[in-house]
Design a protein around this ligand. Structure first.
Ligand code: HEM
Length: 83
């Protein structure tokens, strides 16, 4: 039990998906974020984000390269403070 990863412990993809949907709903209700997501396919973004969070929570046999995170945000003009 104590060796269980956080991904399985908290219910895997369904839990992460529900939290991310709420997260982006709240995020996009803020004025300063909206313009950054106008041309973004949110369904696709949430799928990618599920992969990232699953990996970060220790899902077995998953991976998410730092390069993908860097390239995904390149050219968006995101400041340190926003991060
Ligand atoms: C801890 C900080 C953050 C993490 C872990 C994170 C994670 C991610 C992930 C996993 C993706 C999907 C990458 C892919 O398509 O493979 C993504 C895309 C994106 N993120 Fe972030 N993000 C962070 C901060 C931010 C901030 C501060 C903003 C802007 C306010 C932002 C805006 C975006 C946008 C607009 C995309 C979509 C890019 C596209 O599909 O063209 N992110 N992020």
């Amino acid at each position: 039990m104590d060796k269980q990863n956080l991904f399985d412990k908290y219910g895997g993809v369904p839990t992460i998906k529900a939290i991310l949907e709420k997260f982006y709903k709240d995020l996009l209700s803020l004025r300063w974020t909206r313009k950054m997501f106008v041309n973004v396919n949110m369904d696709k973004l949430i799928l990618h984000q599920i992969q990232f969070v699953s990996f970060a929570m220790g899902k077995p046999e998953s991976e998410f390269d730092d390069k993908r995170l860097r390239e995904g945000h390149a050219g968006l003009g995101i400041t340190e403070a926003q991060f």
